[in-house]
Design a protein around this ligand. Structure first.
Ligand SMILES: *[C@@H]1O[C@H](CO)[C@@H](O)[C@H](O)[C@H]1NC(C)=O
Length: 216
């Protein structure tokens, strides 16, 4: 009797703790589908990055002494959808961004709606093309150029479009249409949408994040 009670109790305890952990799966660099969401995990290979896909739109990532990585969950193709996300981001005191991040082709564009950045403002050195009020905040609009850098089409030269939120936050709603409209007004034209994710990025830093893309 004592033996079987113990077994039942042990099974219950193991069950309680095992299932949430199993739902976060260590995932190798690449792209794919996970629990109904698209994910992308890119790294330049320097340092270490552990990226885990979790239930529905959730993921977590821990990085140490990296060169550069970008990882997260969202959709493929991207669109003007309204995105809601939440979570925690331990990147405020290091070089890291938390963004809605995506790509288009024809033209090849890498875009960011930066919700929070750490020690480095990605728009440093770029000239401001305008501002857009959206989702309770003000975002500054910029364009920068990357020359012979990694892209969804291999090494290429392309523009980056930026909206950088002045009031940093981790969690909320992002109305992508407002950013696309603001970029268009500034003469910045996107192409055909490829993927669009709520991304954690790290550059020459160590940190962690646990993010959940909730809805679109
Ligand atoms: C997001 O919010 C929901 C509802 O409050 C919560 O259950 C979930 O744990 C949060 N996700 C993260 C990654 O913090």
């Amino acid at each position: 009797m004592i033996g079987s009670t113990l077994l039942v109790t042990l099974a219950a305890v193991v069950g309680t703790f095992a299932s949430p952990l199993e739902l976060y799966k260590r995932t190798e660099p690449g792209t794919g589908q996970d629990n109904g969401f698209f994910y992308s995990f890119w790294t330049d290979g320097a340092g270490s990055v552990q990226y885990n896909n979790g239930p529905a739109g959730s993921y977590d990532v821990t990085w140490s002494n990296v060169g550069n990585f970008v990882a997260g969950k969202g959709w493929n193709p991207g669109s003007s959808r309204v995105i809601t996300y939440n979570g925690t981001w331990n990147g405020a005191n290091v070089n890291s961004y938390l963004s809605i991040y995506g790509w288009t082709r024809n033209p090849l564009i890498e875009y960011y709606v930066v919700e929070s950045f750490g020690t480095y403002n990605p728009s440093s050195g770029a000239s401001k093309l305008g501002t857009v009020e959206s989702d309770g905040g003000t975002y500054d609009v910029y364009r920068t150029q990357r020359v012979n850098q990694p892209s969804i089409d291999g090494t290429a030269t392309f523009y980056q479009f930026w909206s950088v939120r002045q009031q940093k936050r981790v969690g909320g709603t992002v109305t992508m249409q407002n950013h696309f409209d603001a970029w268009s007004s500034a003469g910045l034209q996107l192409g055909t949408h490829n993927y669009q994710i709520v991304a954690t990025e790290g550059y020459q830093s160590s940190g962690s994040a646990s993010i959940e893309v909730i809805a679109s």
